[in-house]
Design a protein around this ligand. Structure first.
Ligand SMILES: Cc1cc2nc3c(=O)[nH]c(=O)nc-3n(C[C@H](O)[C@H](O)[C@H](O)COP(=O)(O)O)c2cc1C
Length: 399
């Protein structure tokens, strides 16, 4: 095959694929293999954006189990054939059940989940988990009013930076992945010109709304890479100006459903791991010497460390760390928040989310403090990148 023909065919194969997918596929040296992989990726994308992929992911497993079951039967290993075929049949039934109850929404009505008014803020941090399957009912008038009041309240709190930030409410079935049946969203919008502090402010402000929503008993799910911006912009209408605005992420809000597709159950389970506190909080900027949060002077902050540990982050990347500084008297004099990856969006959002959880913990413990931006010279490309510092106000925080 000539070089020109190969290039033209390759271009055809890669049509409609993103830059990342193209870069990965171009590494496959064998043209038919590359073509097959491109078709599979394209099919995956189509299923993903028509909302079928969540349900169909177990199907290849069903096929493989049936195939091995058939081979075991032919070889006369009856017990193995029965076990494989029974597992395959069971999995198939689960897929059908998920499609009927979640995709087609044929199911009994569900009760409104209880509020968490009785929980203290630290138990509330642990109660928050990303919700990726929602009930079919919309928020009640009262709940929507309470949510939007929280948005207004949190937007009124002075931000760390100076860029204006908006949280727009949309009631529509946006194209998101892998969340299912979400029909209400908050969209975080900042000015189009890139400003890292504005992205940190999105994390901080939206997380404060997320915690209010969690107290109301609502399910929430931050959605960054899984949101189709074209569908978000279409539903924002004249509330979005492509010349001056950019979307940072969206957050689904609604009533958590008991009906959760198998793939999403597994996904949720896999996102449940967290780094230990001694992998997150340090006394030095090289992140080599962990602090002991249970010993003075740090113990004064109680479960605030845990609040940051359980913060949400894109694909559970857990990219934020903190350096807790002490002064000559041994009191906490500053907490520096750092990003450990070069991500321009989701790492600063994660820093902002830590800031929100840190200050909400401190507010509960009545420890006053304020955020300041890291000095400009520390904002180079070097990692870890120091973004924000929390300073105790009214004196250092003694243990
Ligand atoms: C900025 C940001 C973007 C996220 N994007 C997505 C997403 O696109 N799809 C999704 O299902 N979850 C998304 N999440 C949720 C994370 O996957 C989740 O927070 C993480 O796995 C930890 O799980 P938890 O929230 O249940 O504690 C995002 C979270 C953050 C903070």
């Amino acid at each position: 095959m000539s070089r020109t023909t190969r290039t033209r065919e390759d271009r055809e194969d890669m049509r409609g694929l993103g830059a990342n997918e193209r870069a990965i596929l171009e590494r496959i040296p064998w043209a038919p293999g590359r073509r097959l992989a491109a078709s599979i990726v394209r099919l995956k994308m189509r299923l993903q954006f028509t909302g079928w992929l969540q349900y169909l992911i177990p199907v290849p497993v069903v096929v493989v189990l049936s195939l091995f079951g058939g081979i075991a039967h032919l070889l006369g290993v009856t017990w193995l054939a029965m076990a494989l075929l029974a597992t395959s049949a069971l999995l198939f039934l689960v897929v059908v059940f998920d499609i009927v109850t979640v995709k087609w929404k044929i199911r009994s009505p569900e009760a409104r989940p209880s509020r968490y008014d009785h929980l203290d803020v630290f138990d509330l941090f642990r109660a928050r988990r990303s919700c990726r399957s929602y009930q079919t009912r919309s928020l009640s008038v009262d709940d929507r009013a309470e949510l939007l009041a929280s948005v207004r309240t949190q937007l009124d709190i002075p931000t760390i930076g100076s860029a204006p930030l908006r949280l727009e409410y949309i009631a529509a079935s946006l194209t998101v992945w892998p969340t299912v049946n979400a029909s209400e969203f908050l969209v975080a919008i900042v000015p189009k010109a890139y400003d890292r502090t504005a992205i940190i402010d999105v994390g901080r402000t939206l997380q404060r709304v997320v915690m209010d929503a969690t107290r109301m008993g609502l399910g929430t799910c931050w959605i960054g890479p899984g949101a189709d911006h074209a569908s978000v912009i279409e539903h924002l209408g004249d509330r979005f100006d492509p010349a001056s605005d950019q979307i940072v992420c969206v957050c689904a809000v609604g009533y958590r459903s008991r009906y959760i597709p198998l793939f999403i159950r597994v996904f949720n389970q896999r996102m449940n791991h967290r780094h230990a506190l001694d992998e997150l909080f340090f006394s030095d900027f090289d992140l080599e010497n962990p602090i002991d949060p249970s010993a003075p002077p740090f113990s004064r902050f109680g479960r605030t460390f845990e609040a940051c540990e359980w913060a949400p982050s894109s694909y559970n990347g857990q990219t934020t760390r903190a350096v807790v500084a002490t002064d000559r008297d041994g009191a906490v004099s500053a907490v520096h928040f750092l990003a450990t990856t070069t991500s321009r969006y989701y790492a600063p959002v994660a820093v902002g989310i830590w800031c929100a959880n840190w200050e909400l913990g401190c507010e509960t413990l009545r420890i006053d403090g304020a955020f300041v931006l890291a000095p400009p010279d520390s904002a180079g490309e070097q990692l870890p990148r120091h973004d924000v510092t929390w300073l105790p106000t009214g004196g250092a925080a003694n243990g």
